[in-house]
Ligand binder design. Structure first.
Ligand code: ADE
Length: 224
């Protein structure tokens, strides 16, 4: 899978996408991430990509031409399956969207800055608008990193243990059950007996029950 990210602050994206599972996915070539500097399509030698808003008001808007030219160039050989704009007024990101995106071959994520991008780019190019929550970030880069991380780990072959994503929180609309490791007793608190039986049936039943209990207590909305 190829994920291109179009940004005016490429440095913000370098580190979050170079560690742990996503690093391994890139090394195994299961995931190609290209961090692309929008200023390469700037309007002039000063690197201009934004302008004042029509109608007045504080804050600049990212202009159409650099974005449109960049997108046209980037999909000359192979069109994008999805062009995503990360924005607080988009649909809230969740595991189902991550699952769907992990099946695509080539996607672009556009990171907005200032007051955002000219509406006509959204009308003409963008196929999905995603928010990572009801708060405003300084730019779309951290949101893009969150989306890429959540998608990248779902690409088949990325997680060593193939079942590992299946037992994550939010798969099957359930939160994950509690987990324990050694020691078997810590400050008077014991690991639940079921996990110590060595019996997969008992262990699975306990995990299912705990996942349901936790979801009922913390996120009943997921069960509706
Ligand atoms: N850009 C700024 N805030 C954002 C948010 N909450 N989600 C996605 N992109 C954003």
């Amino acid at each position: 899978m190829q994920i291109d990210i179009l940004t005016v602050v490429p440095d913000l994206l370098a580190s979050p996408l170079s560690h742990s599972i996503i690093k391994r996915a890139r090394e195994k070539n299961l995931l190609q991430i290209n961090i692309i500097h929008l200023r390469d399509w700037a309007l002039n030698k000063y690197g201009q990509v934004d302008d004042y808003q029509f109608g007045g008001g504080a804050g600049m808007v990212m202009r159409c031409e650099p974005l449109a030219n960049a997108i046209d160039d980037l999909q000359k050989e192979q069109p994008y399956d999805e062009i995503i704009y990360v924005t607080p007024d988009g649909k809230q990101h969740n595991q189902q969207i991550a699952n769907e995106l992990s099946l695509k071959e080539k996607i672009l994520i556009i990171c907005g800055h200032y007051k955002g991008i000219d509406q006509r780019i959204r009308d003409l190019y963008v196929t999905k608008e995603i928010s990572i929550g009801d708060y405003v970030l300084s730019g779309g880069e951290l949101a893009a990193a969150v989306i890429v991380d959540s998608v990248g780990r779902l690409i088949p072959g990325v997680l060593g243990d193939e079942t590992s994503a299946l037992s994550d929180s939010f798969q099957d609309n359930l939160l994950a059950p509690p987990v324990y490791t050694r020691p078997a007793e810590f400050r008077g608190l014991k690991v639940p007996d079921e996990l110590m039986t060595g019996n997969p049936k008992i262990i699975d039943a306990w995990r299912d029950e705990q996942a349901l209990k936790r979801t009922e207590e913390r996120r009943p909305d997921l069960l509706q």
